[in-house]
Design a protein around this ligand. Structure first.
Ligand SMILES: [Zn+2]
Length: 744
């Protein structure tokens, strides 16, 4: 939704005041100001305890706010009364006004006011007034910069159609939604959704990691577009319900994604503050109801694409909405709700003015500031306004930098990552540096600066630079955060020695084993029949020996004895081979091969592996580092590891080796972006995942007495590097952000 401008934004413009300065007192009294346009819509509101009138111009569809007293004055403009008559009538109607201002003051106020109304296009005689106003605004538009154009392209607004008739028909059928029954019903749904969400949290939490993965982004994108259509209809219909008009809906292209928007500025005319807030809150409200419904359906649905879709819908309409739409730091719904709640229209502009007023006072030592500014700025609690403005600016910068990072990563495969980097630098310069420079330029060129006022900022600047130089010398530890994967220190495969089919697997994944423990048994008809045959041959040899005992043929006896011995040896050999059908481990450790069940009844050839057994204490972490990071690593440095499986625990270990090893040729699959990690890699001709960036692997040894860490787990490590001056750390961060490597 979009909101209106305020009269105050141009009441204070110098152009208006210059016009009145030209008038001389004696011919003023007889001037007849032209009449107030009769087609203006006027409504009344209370703001900050004062009565105000809101004027809607049906031609330009703009809204302006002015104090009720001014409206009383304006309504005396009928095209017949001259200034003297208007003045007399006004004093007659508003006797209290005579106490506050003299005759001359009121005369000046009337003439100035006549000019304001003329320039705003509110007076009858000036049919050209509206056009003139529009021309003035066009002339006042800031210079177009490439950066400005780019930002415009990022937040483009295209009006598409007039939804008023459609909304009238829809609202007529849905009127019950805004009744107490409708509210109560939605509250029940919302509460039920919230309870289910809390109960199901253990099931929801693990899936959160998959939410922002690349394959899911397309779903999120499509769902968000659909949800925002409902959201905007929420605004439009609520505005309609409370009597407003909605004459514009269209596409707002935010970062190249089309979102629907509804222009509900008409709600600004609502005298009832609650109605105005409801219009602003309707979008979030309907999304939270959708979130609750999605949660309930998700909880009862079966795993599959539908459940995945509901899960996405649930997160988009709750977390997403609260983070973006309800956040008052950006000019979305939350902001307008807040300004209505606080009765501070134009909160953002006022907060910005508070910041520059404060900076003026601080840097230039100037007191007060212009009277016009003093009139519209809050007199109390300015600190909050300053805080708000700073927070909002930093938040916007953060969001833009976030978008820049996304660009960086999305464009990296095409060698265009630098586009994202320049977007980030542009955001930084245009949001932080340009406003500060503009402020100083304006202040230094202001005519009312004394020589004292001119020296002060340079002294401040010098002091600031000195302070910054000192701060940058502060020793600061280098800390490097990287993804990592756990690996066994040494491991052994249990392999088949003879060909056979698995009949039984005696261990499970994760089981602890001792040397000699049975891992699996194989069956082999050939081995078994070889043994049977050998046994039969031995039997026959025995019988033959028995037969030769009675006869007087010593040669035959000797030969029978020899062949029995041979048969005996053959049986022993066959038994030895048969015993190899039982696979045993020769070392102590843990079975680390996952899902052994898939091997059940598998056929193995000699030297095929059944499973891997590794000692887990200590265990080892593999951390990939780029060249700049690797430079800081020395053996013995402390490393902290966190794994998603045990979010509450931090494991501590030490770097085993220096990184003066050759660059890594192959990355562990768990860390590669296409497989769920966050390193960019490409498979080479032999199918190895080679890193796109020069990468060094660091090995960290980690005690693991309770063996809760398992090989293959991924996690985040924090390397505690050497201590160096802060500026070096800052420079490293900057270089990391700009990532020169990608471009070379
Ligand atoms: Zn909204």
């Amino acid at each position: 939704m979009t909101k209106p401008q305020h009269l105050s934004s141009f009441v204070n413009s110098s152009i208006v005041i210059q016009v009145t300065d030209a008038a001389t007192p004696h011919d003023v009294d007889s001037t007849v100001p032209s009449a107030l346009r009769s087609d203006l819509h006027i409504s009344h509101q209370l703001f900050e305890g004062r009565a105000y009138a809101i004027i809607k111009d049906p031609l330009s569809l703009k809204y302006f706010r002015l104090p009720s007293e001014d409206l009383a004055l304006a309504s005396l403009f009928d095209g017949k009364r001259n200034v003297a008559v208007i003045r007399a009538t006004f004093f007659q109607q508003q006797p209290q006004a005579a106490l506050k201002q003299t005759r001359d003051e009121l005369t000046e106020r009337i003439t100035r006011f006549a000019n304001e109304l003329l320039l705003s296009g509110f007076l009858e005689a000036t049919a050209a007034g509206v056009r003139q106003q529009q021309k003035m605004e066009a002339a006042r538009r800031p210079v177009v910069t490439p950066w400005g154009l780019f930002m415009k392209a990022l937040f483009l607004k295209i009006p598409l159609f007039d939804p008023d008739p459609l909304l009238i028909r829809m609202e007529r059928r849905m009127r019950w939604v805004w009744s107490w029954t409708g509210m109560a019903l939605s509250f029940v749904i919302f509460l039920a959704g919230l309870i289910v969400f809390m109960i199901e949290w253990p099931r929801i939490a693990p899936s959160l990691n998959d939410f922002l993965t690349l394959p899911n982004l397309a779903t999120i994108w499509a769902l968000t577009i659909v949800v925002k259509v409902i959201h905007e209809f929420g605004h439009g219909l609520t505005c309609k319900h409370y009597g407003g008009e909605v004459h514009e809906m269209g596409a707002m292209v935010i970062v190249f994604s089309p979102f629907l928007y509804a222009d509900v500025t008409d709600s600004y005319l609502f005298p009832n503050k609650r109605h105005r807030i409801l219009v602003a809150a309707a979008g979030i409200y309907i999304e939270l109801v959708i979130a609750a419904l999605a949660t309930l359906l998700w909880a009862i649905s079966q795993p599959g694409p539908t459940q995945q879709l509901l899960f996405n819908l649930m997160l988009i309409t709750s977390v997403w909405t609260v983070l973006f739409n309800a956040n008052p730091l950006m000019k979305f719904d939350g902001y307008y709700i807040l300004t209505d709640l606080l009765d501070v229209p134009n909160l953002r502009a006022k907060a910005q003015m508070c910041v520059s007023e404060m900076a003026r006072k601080f840097v230039f030592g100037s007191e007060g500031g212009s009277a016009a500014n003093q009139a519209i700025l809050p007199q109390r609690r300015r600190g909050w306004f300053v805080l708000y403005s700073v927070a909002a600016q930093l938040y916007l910068l953060q969001i833009t930098l976030g978008i820049a990072m996304i660009f960086h990563h999305l464009l990296m495969p095409y060698g265009l990552a630098w586009l994202g980097d320049w977007l980030g630098i542009g955001a930084f310069v245009s949001m932080l540096i340009v406003p500060v420079v503009a402020f100083f330029k304006k202040q230094l060129s202001a005519p009312d600066n004394t020589s004292h006022g001119r020296r002060r900022p340079w002294l401040m600047l010098g002091g600031f630079v000195l302070l910054l130089a000192l701060v940058l010398q502060v020793p600061w530890p280098v800390k490097i955060e990287r993804p990592a994967v756990l690996q066994p220190v040494d491991s052994e495969f249990v392999r088949a020695e003879v060909a056979g089919r698995i009949t039984h697997i005696a261990v499970k994944s994760g089981q602890e084993v001792k040397p000699g423990d049975v891992i699996a048994t194989l069956s082999s008809p050939r081995v078994t029949s070889d043994l049977r045959a050998a046994e039969l041959r031995r039997e026959r040899a025995r019988r033959e020996l028995d037969l030769t005992i009675g006869t007087a043929e010593p040669a035959a006896y000797k030969q029978a004895q020899a062949s029995l011995a041979q048969a005996e040896a053959a049986v022993q050999e066959a038994q030895r081979i048969e015993s190899r059908l039982t696979l045993r481990t020769t070392r102590a450790g843990i079975v680390i091969t996952p899902d052994l069940d898939r091997l059940a009844t598998a056929s193995l050839r000699p030297s095929d592996a059944v499973c891997e057994i590794a000692a887990l204490d200590p265990i080892q972490i593999y951390i990939p580092l780029n060249e700049r990071q690797a430079r800081h690593i020395r053996a013995g440095q402390k490393v902290e590891l966190r794994v998603p499986a045990m979010p509450a625990r931090t494991f501590e270990g030490q770097v085993i080796s220096d990184t003066k090893t050759p660059p890594t040729r192959e990355l562990p699959p768990n860390l590669v972006a296409t497989l769920g990690g966050d390193l960019a890699a490409q498979p080479d001709a032999e199918g190895r995942l080679t890193p796109l960036e020069t990468t060094y692997g660091v090995l960290v040894s980690l005690p693991n007495p309770d063996q809760s860490l398992r090989p293959g787990m991924t996690g985040t490590t924090l390397l505690h590097g050497p201590i160096q001056p802060l500026w070096r750390t800052a420079l490293m961060k900057l270089l990391d952000f700009v990532s020169l490597d990608y471009r070379l």
